[in-house]
Design a protein around this ligand. Structure first.
Ligand code: NDP
Length: 429
């Protein structure tokens, strides 16, 4: 990608940004024309997507620049309403780009379908019986969804988990069968649910229990993506603080988030700012990704930070983030929503594994920006400056008034709605 046209991207207006992306060959002329019209979701499509549809709820769609992931450059689409997230992602990606970029590893994409049984008379014996029928059960599951098998995917493995009764909590024992399913390029909810339901009657027969439900698990521990980065301290200096000091404070911030669930929730929310924005822009189910990420954060039995920051032997800052990322490149609304289709072309990913690499990198980059700001300037300085624009709009500013009100708000040092209204009144004279 040619970099020059993207110089000072944030200072351009919307149409200039689209032109710049086209000049940088990040998008085609057809997509530039599509973007100018605004990636509109047709009414008819929206009406078929959900029930009782009466309108479309829009979100701003931005692009984070400078992402270098496994040696490849990306312009990353982000659909999000919160100011400063796109700027923070771009700024983190710029530093990490200079440090060689993100490196990622992605596990095999195996999704989990659960069948829960209750009142199994002899769970230990039933486990042996079920596992003895593994091949038969996998065959039944695959016969229920032959098209995924034809494509090269399908049910691969069976696992039985015995969850004992908990008298204190008042919960009974559960006999849980996991189906591990290769859903290829799909997130696979429908494939998994179909297969889980298909094996339910056999499991009832072989365990003597009562099947409660068959459904995918969003705790996708067999579909993990990891992003790592290594940043020399020379790239970390900030406002008179040495790179070593910034590095050490980032590590302390990560230790605080590891130790304290109150902090971990906010630390992880910052990670999900980057993750969700890309997940939404690519037409994926962000509730599924959120649920999986927070369950993964609690995998030790205590809710902890999702990322790790440490010091390398040579003094570099090392960052690492692992997330369950069962995203798809087909299925759901991905092929239906024009914005999701555009994101696919913008990222130019080859498959769901590559999309996972991009998303987990966006999460790590976002986390880096947030904790770096927190331990240096404090988060409010940058955030409130960007928030000023939203306040200007809320106060009633339009057109060129928005920037003028936002600028005066920042200068006033009191960034709130009442001040924004006063400034607007002054400007309008
Ligand atoms: P779909 O059922 O829409 O799409 C998957 C289908 O795409 C496959 O069954 C397959 O159908 C087809 N396909 C085409 N090419 C490929 C390929 N290369 N690899 C795999 N499949 C391919 O979506 P999903 O099953 O992925 O389900 C996702 C949707 O389910 C999301 O909208 C999500 O919100 C929703 N959902 C989520 C739940 C949760 O997270 N708990 C619960 C229930 C629903 P074929 O082979 O027949 O052509």
């Amino acid at each position: 990608m040619e970099k020059q046209p993207l110089h000072k991207f944030y200072e351009k207006n919307r149409l200039e940004r689209i032109k710049a992306l086209e000049q940088a060959k990040a998008i085609s002329a057809e997509d530039a024309a599509l973007l100018e019209k605004g990636l509109v979701l047709p009414d008819e499509t929206a009406d078929h997507m959900i029930e009782n549809q009466i309108a479309k709820y829009e979100l701003p769609y931005g692009t984070a620049l400078n992402f270098l992931i496994d040696g490849k450059e990306y312009v990353v689409p982000m659909a999000i309403e919160e100011p400063s997230v796109v700027a923070a992602a771009s700024s983190a990606a710029k530093i990490i780009n200079k440090a060689g970029g993100f490196r990622t590893t992605v596990s095999n994409r195996m999704m989990i379908g659960q069948v829960a049984l209750m009142e199994v008379p002899d769970p230990i014996r039933a486990k042996t019986v079920v596992m003895a029928h593994e091949e038969e059960l996998l065959q039944t599951a695959n016969e229920a969804k032959p098209s995924i098998v034809k494509r090269g995917g399908g049910a691969r493995k069976l696992e039985v988990r015995l969850i004992p009764a908990d008298e204190k909590a008042g919960t009974p024992a559960f006999f849980v069968v996991h189906l591990h399913i290769d859903t290829l390029e799909a997130m696979g909810a429908n494939i998994i649910d179909t297969m889980a339901e298909a094996i339910k009657p056999h499991l009832e027969e072989w365990t003597g229990g009562r099947a409660l439900m068959g459904i995918l698990s969003n705790y996708a521990t067999e579909c993990l993506a990891t992003a790592e980065c290594r940043i020399p301290v020379s790239l970390l200096e900030k406002n008179g603080m040495s790179g070593e000091e910034v590095r050490d404070r980032i590590i302390e911030a990560a230790q605080f988030a590891y130790a304290d669930p109150y902090r971990a929730a906010t630390h992880n929310k910052g990670i999900m700012n980057g993750v969700d924005a890309v997940v939404i822009a690519t037409g994926n189910d962000w509730r599924a990704i959120e649920a999986g990420a927070h369950a993964y954060a609690a995998r030790s039995g205590k809710y902890r930070s999702l990322s790790i920051w440490s010091k390398a032997e040579n003094g570099d800052l090392l960052g690492s983030l692992t997330l369950p990322l069962p995203v798809g490149t087909v299925g759901g609304q991905i092929s239906i929503h024009p914005a999701a289709g555009f994101s696919k072309r913008l990222l130019g990913y080859q498959n769901a594994k590559e999309l996972e690499s991009i998303i987990v990198s966006a999460g790590l980059g976002q986390n880096f920006s947030a904790i770096k700001a927190l331990v240096t300037d404090g988060i409010q300085k940058g955030h409130m400056a960007l928030h000023a624009k939203s306040l200007a709009i809320t106060a009633g500013a339009s057109g060129s008034e928005i920037d003028r009100v936002a600028e005066k708000l920042k200068q006033s040092g009191t960034i709130d709605l009442a001040t924004a209204k006063e400034i607007l009144k002054e400007i309008r004279g």
